[in-house]
Design a binder for this molecule. Sequence first.
Ligand SMILES: *[C@@H]1O[C@H](CO)[C@@H](O)[C@H](O)[C@H]1NC(C)=O
Ligand SMILES: *[C@@H]1O[C@H](CO)[C@@H](O)[C@H](O)[C@H]1NC(C)=O
Ligand SMILES: *[C@@H]1O[C@H](CO)[C@@H](O)[C@H](O)[C@H]1NC(C)=O
Ligand SMILES: *[C@@H]1O[C@H](CO)[C@@H](O)[C@H](O)[C@H]1NC(C)=O
Ligand SMILES: *[C@@H]1O[C@H](CO)[C@@H](O)[C@H](O)[C@H]1NC(C)=O
Length: 678
Amino acid sequence: MIICIFVILQFLAIPAAWAQAANEPKDFPFTQFDVSDYSSFHFRGSSIAHGALQVTPDSENLELTNKSGRITYKRPYRLWSSDIDDVVASFNTHFVINIFRNNEWEAGEGLAFVIAPDYEVPENSYGQWLGLTNDTTDGDTENKMVAIEFDTKKQDFDPDNDHIGLNINTIKSKKNVSLNGLGIDLAPHPDKVTNYSVWIQYDGKTKAMEVFMAATSGSTNVEKPVEPILNDTINLKDYVKEESYFGFSASTGNPDIQLNCVWQWNLEVEVLPVKKDRTWLKIVIGVGVPGIVLLGLICVMLGLIYKKKRKRAIDEESLVLGTLKSLPGIPREFRYKDLKKATNNFHESMKLGQGGFGVVYRGVLHEKDGGQHGASTASTTASTTEIAVKRFSRDNVKGQDDFFAELTIIHRLRHKHLVRLLGWSHEKGKLLLVYEFMPNGSLEKHLYDSSNPNTLHWSHRCKILTGVASALHYLHNEYDQKVVHRDLKASNILLDSHYNARLGDFGLARVLDNERNSYAELELGGVPGTMGYVAPECFHTGKATPESDVYGFGAVVLEVISGRSPGVRIHHEQQHYSLVDWVWMLHREGRIQEAVDKRLQNDYNFDEANRLLLLGLACSHPIDSERPQTPAIYQILSGTLPAPHVRPFKPVFTWPSMVSTFSTSDTTLFNITSSTSS
Ligand SMILES: *[C@@H]1O[C@H](CO)[C@@H](O)[C@H](O)[C@H]1NC(C)=O
Ligand SMILES: *[C@@H]1O[C@H](CO)[C@@H](O)[C@H](O)[C@H]1NC(C)=O
Ligand SMILES: *[C@@H]1O[C@H](CO)[C@@H](O)[C@H](O)[C@H]1NC(C)=O
Ligand SMILES: *[C@@H]1O[C@H](CO)[C@@H](O)[C@H](O)[C@H]1NC(C)=O
Ligand SMILES: *[C@@H]1O[C@H](CO)[C@@H](O)[C@H](O)[C@H]1NC(C)=O
């Protein structure tokens, strides 16, 4: 029945419009690129690095020869209309490119702006094929591809090694223009590095396509030149699909290589008039009164379903509460008014921090006789106990889910490096979890709080990392169900009075085998978590895995040893680095010990620091399957395994990953589709 209603609604094209509005990726213009833009594009053999789209691998990858790649904007555009004759969309695009080669490289092969039916890069499209076609497909009218090439290598059919061309289904340009005489050097000598602004304008009425180019220095914008350097007429309707993708394609050859970067991109495509929806009219006229009756019925049914659902939700809730109370080992239930009193009515001054989906308060419980609810915790008479109370903050229905999710996960976890749950309260829609209080606060506070004069001691740093690794190992392997924490960061690592680490905040944690590891189901409109701790693949899959937890751990290791936050860029010798890139650069240059926190004033163990930094880098590997797993991490920390071997250059992140990304035991987890990827 629901399906039938859905089909009818679909027919009226209502849900499609909703779905689109709800899931719009970040839009043009892009004046720079960073990892948060991964969700706006499709990547094939390409990445975002150093603030730019890297259409082929960037310099940190050792493999630069014989590569092709493609980056397309997430959604296709409608470029012509099959039911209105001769209507073709106009478009306007502006982008800034940089083709880089170093002293040793002859440039090759080229970059292209492409309009294509999909976002795949053809196999074996490296070398002369520019990621556009290959030996079998070149020239095929089924390619439905139109491109403007920026070619840096001469083939037999090219004028020279510095030209642009208009390509239709083949890399043999329909029209070519040599740039040599125009003072434009696409791949200049490395000490004359130049960015080029390119404008491509297409007029859907006159069918004129014009390309303009100008050298751009720094990041300032230049005026579009008056004269195009290439113009031609082309009826796009004859060549490309009605719905087509816009993007960039590029390739390198052997031995000729280059880096193909796009710094900025703006695109405007004319929105074609929507075809007159005659089907709608037909329904109304043809079905008439019965249709209205049907709609009425649908409304009634929807109402009933909603009511039933609501009732079921309430039933489920009381059922879950009942079950909760009867579970063996469930911590005690607190009365709301006691917790309210303990936290001074959730006073601002008692606030400890903001956690996943809630605010955490400090509380002081005064109890005459603890333990009457069967809890073993506050068992002394007339005691005062310090507690941490998390109050869930999202609206009722979601808050309910958050509360149960966190409660059901954490209550069964027992480990000396996890914050212990003391109890819960669920009264009048107020949802609270009570945790043991950690007198030393969070690791973040110890690393950055300027009011704290004492630098975190080296031995404490090592102890903290070992504790966190052991907690992760427990979650990933020792507990009977795999649990991913999803939000590993310094502010979620709490310290007890002896500086033992306790992993806290399970607000985002999920048990893996009930398929709830997708970030999408959190309805947060993207991947939550703090920049610098979230693994690159999460932006594509929207899913957390043990490997993405390990990435977060790597960030914590580098943070603890260097005393620098992964979310803050580092300015060093006229360059800006992320924490990982900075440590990697120091490693490459054989001076990794410079990464150690200066505030330690050399009061640390050199070998240990070296081992930990290398471990941090290994965990930060862009390819998830290459990261060490928790048993190895634990052994490296304890010194029973030597420091991992780390390549001098950070491997490039490409998506999908060239290496098999998922370990076989986890494959079933990836069958659920995330709403962010469609
Ligand atoms: C690159 O491709 C060319 C042509 O297909 C081939 O001869 C060469 O061996 C390849 N080189 C590498 C390093 O793959
Ligand atoms: C060219 O690309 C197509 C599509 O990716 C592929 O099926 C075909 O095998 C490729 N041809 C060669 C020679 O690699
Ligand atoms: C491309 O350039 C070459 C050399 O300048 C020229 O001979 C050829 O006609 C051009 N091709 C087209 C399609 O314009
Ligand atoms: C190219 O553009 C980027 C980003 O706007 C800028 O950082 C860089 O300095 C520019 N390079 C040159 C040589 O102008
Ligand atoms: C290209 O530009 C030139 C000079 O502005 C003009 O004479 C010519 O008609 C244009 N050609 C096309 C095909 O638009």
